[in-house]
Design a protein around this ligand. Sequence first.
Ligand code: LRH
Ligand code: MN
Ligand code: MN
Length: 426
Amino acid sequence: MKINHHRIQDTNSKDLKSHQDHFDFSANSLSKKGVDINTIIKKLQDFQVAIPSWALGAGGTRFGRFSFYGEPSSLEQKIEDVGVLHALTQTAGAVSLHIPWDIPQDYNAIKDLANSLDIKFDAVNSNTFQDQKKAKESYKYGSLSNATEAIRQQAIQHNIDVINIGNKLGSKALTVWLADGSCFPGQNNFQTAFQNTQDSLKAIYNRVPSDWKLLIEYKPYEPNFYSTVIQDWGTSLMLANECGEKAYTLVDLGHHLPNSNIEQIVSILQLKGKLGGFHFNDSKYGDDDLTVGSIKPYALFLIFNELVYGMENNPQNPDLAWMIDASHNVKDPLEDLIQSLEAIQEAYAKALLVDQAQLKEAQLDNDVVKCQEILQDAFRTDVRPLLAKARLDRGGALNPIKTYRSLDIRNSLIKERGKNTVATGL
Ligand code: LRH
Ligand code: MN
Ligand code: MN
C-alpha cells in the first residue's frame, strides 16, 4: 500500500489555518529570543531515523502476542509500511534489517521499492541470539563468546553473510548485539568469554568494508540474568578500540541499569569519537522497549542536549546511525512508531533551542540556577508548530496520527493483507 500525497494534503487543508496561527506565535516568540527558526526547521527535516523491520508487527512478550491485524508478512510489505510512516512524518527515511528475519529474495526489486519511497537501508543487524533452522551449531551457550570454536566460527560467518547482504542493499554499517553471557555464577569464565568475543569481533571487523562501520551494542542483562559479556558502554568501547577505527559503540536507551546517566555516557563517547549508533525507546523498569518519550521525556531531552553539543563540537565523532528500537503488544505498531518519531523530533528541536553560549557563560560563573533555567526554558517550549512546519514543507502531514486515522490506513492494510498475518521478528 502506498499513500497518495494528495490525500495527505487534503487532510492538512482543514488544519492549515490553526497551524499557521500556532506557528506564527512560536516563530515570533522564538525570534524575539534570537533563535534562527529556519535553521532549526532545516535540521529537523534533515534528521532521519531508521525504522527496524521487526517493529512493524505487534511485538509480543514471552507470555503472549496479540496481533494488530494487517501486519506485513514480507519484506516488501514492511518497506511499504515504512513508506507510510515516511510519507506522513517525513522523518522515517531509512529501514534497518535484522537477518535472517528479513533476507531479501529479489535485491533489485527491494531496492527499487525502497527508492520509490525515498527509503535508505541503514545498519544491518546480525542475529546470533536464536538458533536458525538447519544450523549445525546451537547458540544456547553463547555465540561469538562460545568456548567451542566451531560455534564461534558459525557466528562469525553469519556476521560476514549479513555484511554481504547489507552490501548489496547499500547499507553502511553492521550492528552486533550479543545475548552471550551466563545465567548462573560459575557457568562460564568471564575472561575466556570476553577474550573469545574480542577475537571473534576482530575476525568480523577484518571483513567490514572500508566505508562501513561496525557498531557494538551493549546491554546489562536479558536474556542472560547473571552476566552478559558486553554488559556496558565501557566493555563495548574496549572492544571497539581493540577492533579499530571503523568500530564504534552503539547506545540503546533501554540497555542501562536504573538511573544510569545516559547523557553523560553519550557525551564522553562523542568526545572520544566513538559513538556510532543509537537505538531509541523508553522504559520504566528494564529494556521495556516502550514508545520513545512516553515515560521520561526530560531524560530524552537531556540526552539530545548532549548529542547536539557533540554534533556541533566533536568533529572527531562520525554521523550517527539513528534507529527506533521499540515494539510491544497494545498499540497499532504504525501509530506507535509515529508517536516515537514525534517524540524524537520534539526532544531534538528542544535541544537545538538551548542557548549554548549562554549556558557556557553560566557554567563559568558557577551560576547553577541559571544553568538549570536555560535547559528548562528550552524543554518547556512548545516546539510542535515547528515540527509540523518541517513536515508540511516536505509534503508530510500536519498531524500524522490524525491523518493516519482519517485515511483509515490500518483498515486498508487489513483489507489488503487479511487479518491473520504475522510479521517476522521478536
Ligand atoms: C536487544 C535489542 C538489539 C536487538 C533488538 C531486537 O535487546 O535491542 O538491538 O537487535 O533488540
Ligand atoms: Mn537495540
Ligand atoms: Mn533492546
